[in-house]
Design a protein around this ligand. Structure first.
Ligand code: ZN
Ligand code: ZN
Length: 280
């Protein structure tokens, strides 16, 4: 190789390194299944609703390889900092599997509604006392003020929004909407099975007016109801929204979807990603 050629290669290598550096400050959302997601910013990685066992005959389950990588802490699920659970329903949360994940990955911290943590305690043994030192239970009633929690690299905000079916069904379920800011840079919103009625959001208008998410992950029914779309546009005001909890019968190809879902971005295939832009 000539000296000139080796200089060019060294220059290219340096350029690639620099590009890598820029990309490290971008955030990415990785779809797992149903409402399961990973969001990463630099070295910070968080998961929402990652472990569940029930498809109720219509929602996507985790592919086996993905689940194995998660328990093993293998890429891309290596170095997970925190896990957030929206609510104790079988298509979002499996208590026994969450206990196992915390046992096998001793650096993960868990944030979950009290109801979910109580279910985990009944699935754990006396030897598991130490895993609960890494668990934060949020105990919120409907209409309680949102709460703020902090851990290194994360600003965590939580509010209880009733489960869909309000005001007649599933009132006992503690559904938590998590707003999480990674490294004071990227804010995301995970909504669980929130009910799309503006009355739940109107009472915390100031809360929703600040720290607007760069990306929100509403259940798809926020797109197909006019009140859901109004909440997204007028309260949450995310720069971008990607729908989750999409039944397997709804195709990835927008043109083949029911007409009311054609113009929205939906997560439908495990492993697909979106770049989260923080530019204005
Ligand atoms: Zn639910
Ligand atoms: Zn659900």
């Amino acid at each position: 190789m000539t000296k000139k050629a080796s200089q060019i290669i060294a220059g290219l290598a340096l350029l690639l390194l620099n590009m890598g550096g820029v990309q490290a400050h971008e955030s990415t959302a990785h779809y797992m299944a149903n409402e399961g997601l990973m969001v990463e910013h630099g070295d910070t990685k968080i998961l929402f609703d990652p472990l569940f066992r029930n498809s109720y005959g219509q929602y996507m389950l985790l592919p086996e390889e993905l689940e194995e990588a998660l328990f093993a802490g293998a890429a891309p699920y290596d170095g997970i900092d925190a896990v957030f659970v929206s609510h104790h329903h079988g298509d979002h949360f499996s208590p026994i599997d969450m206990v196992r994940l915390l046992r096998e990955q001793p650096s993960i911290r868990l944030y979950a509604p009290n109801q979910a943590v109580i279910a985990m305690r009944s699935e754990s043994s006396n030897n598991d006392a130490d895993i609960f030192e890494r668990v934060t239970a949020v105990n919120l009633e409907y209409k309680d003020a949102p709460v703020t929690l902090n851990m290194e690299g994360l600003l965590i905000e939580a509010v209880r929004i009733p489960h869909s079916g309000w005001p007649t069904g599933r009132l006992d379920i503690e559904n938590i909407v998590w707003r999480v800011t990674l490294n004071e840079d990227t804010t995301v919103l995970h909504m669980g099975d929130a009910d799309p009625n503006d009355v739940h959001f109107a009472q915390d208008a100031q809360y929703w007016n600040r720290n607007n998410p760069h990306m929100a992950f509403p259940p798809y029914w926020f797109f197909s109801s006019s009140s859901g779309r109004e909440i997204l546009n007028n309260r949450i005001k995310a720069k971008r929204s990607v729908g989750v909890h999409v039944p397997v019968t709804i195709p990835a190809d927008p043109l083949l979807r029911p007409v009311e879902l054609r113009s929205f971005d939906l997560f439908t295939s495990p492993g697909e990603t979106r770049t989260i832009s923080t530019e204005d």
